[in-house]
Every structure is written in structure tokens, then in C-alpha cells.
Ligand binder design. Structure first.
Ligand code: HEC
Length: 193
């Protein structure tokens, strides 16, 4: 194609494209369907922290209580604030950290130490059609891309049965619970609300 036509085509393309580039995806799957470690989750919305919660998945009744921190990607959070439900492509990270009590000037109470586990949940009805539209993942210390946990993993049943909104534990997220309550999206059978 002559150069001037090429240029005209580019100009036309520039006009058709939206002014704002689409938001970068907040997670990616590799060619072999593994979830790449969502390395920027600490820039997402913080939902809550739990301490020494005994439900699992890494709870150790004999070890010291751990902290857990829950994050969701920002656009899913905004959708939830409007609707009380999670959009497709919502992604949640449960970051588990050891508890420490003595350090620097602190002599009592507890603060958070090193990460001991990263657990992830993704809502994607097409990709995870075989598991009700939700996929669970666990990352190893090397943060290698992770395969979806099989549907026999305990995660699926516990979240489906006990999560207050869809597969998630909104009953433990104090800023989301009143929203779900007001929008009437809490599952009636869910405990804890
Ligand atoms: C016996 C019940 C139970 C099992 C089994 C379980 N979870 Fe959870 N999960 C919870 C509870 C309760 C919370 C709320 C955590 C908090 O408030 O700190 C939670 C929170 C989460 C979250 C944050 C988003 C949400 O759903 O609220 C992720 C991600 C998660 N779990 C992943 C996993 C993975 C991966 C597994 C399996 C390896 C798993 N969980 C197994 C009960 C369970």
C-alpha cells in the first residue's frame, strides 16, 4: 500500500480507538491455562484482616495464630459498591502472614511478619464453568504460575456453602457487609450475618 494511504489508515484507526487506553488486565493466564502470580495485588483494595482464624486453609491449631489480609481488584470493588455482587473477572487474594510480637520498640501485642501462603479466587463463568464459575489457586514460594485447584479441593465446598455473597466471605469484610445487606445480595443460608 502506498505510504500516504497507510498513513490515512493509521489516522482513521487513531480516531476509532477510545481516548483512554483500556485498563491493563489485573491478572493473566499463561498459554497452558495457569494463573500468573498477580504481583501487584498490594495496590488493590484491602477488604479486611483476620487473626488466628481457624477455618483453614493453612490454619495450624498448634502453631502461633497467623494474620490474613484480603484484597480485591479495584474495578470489582467499585462494581460491588454499586450492586452488591461481583463482576466477571473479579480476583481475590488471601495473603497469610506470620504474627510477631517482639520487635523494635514493641513489647506486647502483635504485628505482621513474613508471608506464609498466598491463596487466590477468580470469578470467570466461562473459564471455570465446571466449578460453578469460580477457580481457586495456591501459589508456592517461588510464585510460579499456578494451575486451578481441582474441584475436589476443600476450597470449593466451604466457599460455596458458607460464603455470604456468591463464593466470598463478605460476612467477614466490615465495609462490604452493610452494602450487601442494603442491596439484598446476602445468601439467606450463610452463617454470620
Ligand atoms: C472451611 C472453610 C474454608 C476452606 C476449606 C477454604 N476457605 Fe478460603 N476463606 C474462608 C473464610 C472464612 C475466608 C474469610 C477470610 C478472612 O476473613 O480472613 C476465606 C477467604 C478466602 C479468600 C478471600 C476471598 C473470599 O472468598 O472471601 C480467598 C482467595 C480464599 N479464601 C482462598 C481459598 C483457597 C485457595 C482455599 C483452598 C485451598 C480455601 N480458601 C479454602 C474459608 C475457607
Amino acid at each position: 500500500m502506498p505510504h500516504h494511504r497507510h498513513f490515512a489508515a493509521l489516522l482513521l484507526l487513531a480516531q476509532l480507538l477510545p481516548a483512554q487506553p483500556p485498563a491493563a488486565p489485573h491478572f493473566e493466564f499463561t498459554a497452558n491455562q495457569r494463573l500468573a502470580f498477580p504481583g501487584n495485588y498490594r495496590e488493590w483494595i484491602f477488604l479486611s484482616a483476620g487473626r488466628g482464624m481457624t477455618y483453614g486453609p493453612t490454619a495450624d491449631p498448634h502453631g502461633p495464630p497467623q494474620f490474613d489480609n484480603v484484597f480485591v481488584n479495584p474495578s470489582a470493588y467499585r462494581h460491588f459498591v454499586k450492586t452488591g455482587r461481583w463482576p466477571e473477572q473479579a480476583i481475590f487474594v488471601l495473603e497469610i502472614r506470620e504474627a510477631k510480637s517482639e520487635g523494635s520498640i514493641n513489647k506486647g501485642g502483635e504485628f505482621q511478619g513474613a508471608v506464609t501462603a498466598i491463596e487466590v479466587l477468580v470469578k470467570d463463568p466461562k473459564r471455570f464453568a465446571a466449578t460453578s464459575g469460580w477457580g481457586f489457586f495456591e501459589f508456592d514460594k517461588k510464585q510460579q504460575p499456578a494451575a486451578q485447584l481441582p474441584k475436589t479441593a476443600t476450597c470449593y465446598a466451604c466457599h460455596a456453602q458458607n460464603g455470604a455473597v456468591e463464593h466470598t466471605f463478605v460476612q467477614f469484610y466490615p465495609t462490604l457487609l452493610p452494602i450487601a445487606s442494603a442491596k439484598n445480595t446476602l445468601k439467606s443460608a450463610a452463617p454470620g450475618h
